[in-house]
Every structure is written in C-alpha cells, then in structure tokens.
Design a protein around this ligand. Sequence first.
Ligand SMILES: Nc1ccn([C@@H]2O[C@H](COP(=O)(O)OP(=O)(O)OP(=O)(O)O)[C@@H](O)[C@H]2O)c(=O)n1
Ligand SMILES: C[C@](O)(CO)[C@H](O)COP(=O)(O)O
Length: 225
Amino acid sequence: MEKYAVIVAGGKGTRMGTDLPKQYLPIKGLPVLMRSIQKFHLAEPLCKLILVIPSVDFEFWKGLCAKYDFAVPHQVVAGGTSRFQSVSNGLAVIEGTEGVVAIHDGVRPFVAVEVIQESFLVAKKDGSAIAVVPLKDSLRKLTDSGESFFQERQQFRLVQTPQTFQVSKIKKAFEVEEIPQFTDDATVYEFQGWQVSLIDGNLENIKITTPDDLSYAEYLLSKVG
Ligand SMILES: Nc1ccn([C@@H]2O[C@H](COP(=O)(O)OP(=O)(O)OP(=O)(O)O)[C@@H](O)[C@H]2O)c(=O)n1
Ligand SMILES: C[C@](O)(CO)[C@H](O)COP(=O)(O)O
C-alpha cells in the first residue's frame, strides 16, 4: 500500500508574533518543521513526504535544508490562503486514488512515531484515523448571558494531527467549497456524511502556536530528546 504524508506549513504564525514564521524557528538547534518531517520519516521510511509551504519561502527553505544538512527526501508544494487550501494543494500532487495519506501540521513536532504508524493501519481499514486526546481539566460551557454550565468532560476529546485517510475518500471530500466549519481535515471528511474513526494521540503532541509553546517545546526536548 502506497503511503503519503502531507505536512502543512503554509501559515504565517500570526499568534506566535515572530518575524520568522514559527515553522522555521529552531528548537534545540533544529527548525520545528524539520523535526516534524523527521518523525514521519522515522515512523514510515517509505512514506512519500509532501511539504506545503508558501511559494515565497521556497528559496529560503532550500537554504535552510543546506544549512542544516537536512537530507530527508520530500516534495515541496505551494501553500494556499487557508489551511484547507494548503491541504488541498498537497493532495493535488498525489497521483491517482490508491493508498493512504496522513495530513499533519508542520508545527506539531512531538507527534509519537507509534501514533503515526497506528493512524496508517486504522485509516487503511476504516477510511480514516483521527488522533485525539482526553481532557485533563474540568469543562464549562459559556452562554451569551454570562452564565456557565458544567459539561461531562468524558464526552469530549481534543483533536490533533495526524489525520489520516484513504486517498480516494479524502480527495473526494476536498472537492467541496471551503466553509468556516472546516477547522481540520476530519470536518471536511464528515461533510460527506462519513463517520471518522478516532485513535489515541499523545499528550505531548502540542501545536506550537504561541510563544509559551516554544518554551514548553524546549523543555520537552530537554526531557525526551
Ligand atoms: N494558509 C495556511 C494556514 C495554516 N497552515 C498550516 O496549518 C497548521 C496549523 O495552523 P496554525 O497553527 O493556525 O498556523 P498559522 O496559520 O501559521 O498560525 P496563526 O493562525 O497564528 O497565524 C500550521 O502548520 C500552518 O502552517 C497552512 O499550511 N496554510
Ligand atoms: C488541525 C488542528 O491542528 C487540529 O487541532 C487545528 O484545528 C488547527 O487549528 P488552527 O486554528 O488552524 O490553529
């Protein structure tokens, strides 16, 4: 079975607020994005890696790969104006409809190798595999009138990536017009009326989003490497 990974890193990192977009920032000496790509290569050495970055960054990325002697083979594709468009551009370079594709945020370098491997196995069987984790804190729902109500946290999950799919199904799902409810790939898949399969993610698999995440990332690397 052919395996692909579309690693999306076409964003601007507005919430991080750094001049250099967060995907290129080094943590413990290696850019976030290279760490994410390495994880897929380690988990699935034969997986075809498709990296989505803004087209204006192509030369910069080439230079970064030379600087860090980064040799993991990958195809570079131009990003779009939203995560949905970037994923769509990545899927478009997969020829045909055979195989399974993992879609992963380039800014989640702490994904566990085991989660990636499990996602491919489950997606092959079920059509999809979405990494999720349970909540550790209590949960409250806010109303417009300023009240709040207890919610059963057991009924909720936090959604991560990878989100892995049979190529035929996810390509079909992405043929739709983008709507604001498409916050991830699972919502695009579900829009077809298909149920997603959930798998256990790993708690450390944070999305590096704000400056405090960078300090936490450095801490995690000092612990686990
Ligand atoms: N047009 C876009 C927007 C986002 N992404 C990617 O989607 C992932 C999750 O998005 P997010 O954390 O929101 O990244 P940014 O959009 O860069 O951050 P911000 O919203 O703070 O600007 C990131 O790997 C990001 O690079 C993308 O490929 N193309
Ligand atoms: C895809 C995602 O990382 C799953 O948790 C998340 O939905 C991305 O959200 P963002 O608003 O683009 O950061």
